[in-house]
Design a protein around this ligand. Structure first.
Ligand code: NAP
Length: 327
């Protein structure tokens, strides 16, 4: 089968299309023909081994490969079709169109992928294309995980910092679907997209620091690495909650301080990516409460350009690669 592989950490040009052995499913696994996969920021970070947050670089390097990547096919989030099932699989059948997370083993940049039937995968929304379905899980699972920690009601004031990334785009829409008043913070080129996704207010962080404004927020959902949580929490209401999806060591310490010494609450976490949350995302998509805003769809051969597009942050929406053709 064809796959985009990499054998050393480095710039986008380390990615190339090669022939690799097709995987074979174990008794509890599904073999999926991947039709589309998201090209996520996390893929770029694993490819270059450059992370905005430094504290987990060493343990991650031990897991991913010290001198070169142990898992040579990236791609954590996909949509495709089940083409074979192991003997003990009952949840899915051949021909099911599914989407979800490939987990830590990744591999969605290849034409075929095996995942256990206990993985965070589900039948794709009835109204989604493969590209849209591939663009849903990463951002959707992370956004729903964090925003479920806040009690968002109609009228709740929610600020999303880094709203134009994969996670933020869904954060804006999920908060809006609950009736929140949403302020999106990102660079100016993303204003049109974010307003079209439902943001009531937009702040261009290159022009204005939201932490210096007069408005208060009940929820701050922060996807930006190196944010100064303590300064930003100045505009959090007295009973508000600060949710950090990209926590530096400093943010972890500041979380503790806010929880200990103020009436405000703060939390950081790594999203668990549960099946329940994936079904929640599917339902929101089918109800029309969220859409999958796609910036560009690339071919496998153009994967280096897809990575450059994601890294340049010029993307307006999510970047997807077409891995194989659907029937
Ligand atoms: N906690 C978890 O469980 C978890 C899970 C998955 C991923 N992650 C991490 O989350 C990040 C990926 O998320 P993503 O794809 O949504 O993000 P992303 O692609 O990094 O997007 C972040 C957005 O923030 C904007 N931005 C940059 N600096 C900013 C600032 N100072 N203020 C406001 N906005 C700013 C960027 O735009 P410009 O650069 O154009 O300004 C971009 O639109 C990765 O670093 C990944 O490792 C965390």
């Amino acid at each position: 089968m064809k796959a985009v592989v990499y054998h050393r950490y480095g710039p986008p040009d380390v990615l190339s299309v090669q022939e690799v052995p097709k995987p074979s499913p174990k008794a509890n696994e599904l073999l999926i023909r991947v039709v589309a996969a998201e090209v996520a920021k996390g893929d770029c970070e694993l490819r270059s081994f450059q992370f905005p947050i430094k504290w987990f670089v060493l343990p991650l390097r031990l897991v991913m490969g010290i001198t070169r990547p142990r898992r040579t096919i990236l791609g954590g989030y996909f949509a495709g079709e089940v083409v074979q099932v192991g003997d003990s699989v009952s949840r899915f059948s051949v021909g099911d169109r599914i989407f979800g997370s490939a987990g830590i083993k990744m591999g969605a940049y290849g034409e075929f992928l095996c995942v256990p039937d206990s993985a965070t995968v589900e039948r794709i929304p009835s109204n989604a294309t493969y590209e849209q379905a591939a663009a849903l899980p990463m951002g959707g699972l992370n956004a729903i995980h964090f925003l479920n920690m806040a009690d968002i009601q109609p009228g709740t004031r929610v600020l999303i910092n880094g709203a134009g990334g994969s996670i933020g785009c869904y954060g804006v829409q999920i908060a809006k679907s609950k009736g929140a008043i949403v302020t999106a913070v990102d660079s100016g080129i993303k204003e049109g997209l974010l307003r079209s996704l439902g943001a009531d207010h937009f702040i261009d962080y290159q022009q204005t620091l939201f932490s210096q404004g007069d408005n208060q927020y009940d929820v701050i959902f922060d996807v930006v690495a190196h944010s100064d949580m303590k300064t930003n929490a100045r505009v959090l209401s007295d009973t508000g909650i600060y949710l950090s999806a990209n926590p530096s060591l400093n943010v972890m310490l500041q979380t503790r301080q806010i929880n200990k010494s103020t009436s405000k609450r703060a939390s950081f976490a790594f999203a668990k990516e549960t099946l329940q949350d994936l079904i929640g995302i599917k339902n929101l998509f089918e109800q029309g409460a969220i859409t999958a805003p796609i910036d560009c769809v690339y071919s496998l051969a153009d994967m280096p350009d897809a990575h450059r597009r994601v890294e340049s942050e010029q993307r307006v929406g999510l970047v997807v690669v077409r891995v194989s053709e659907s029937d």
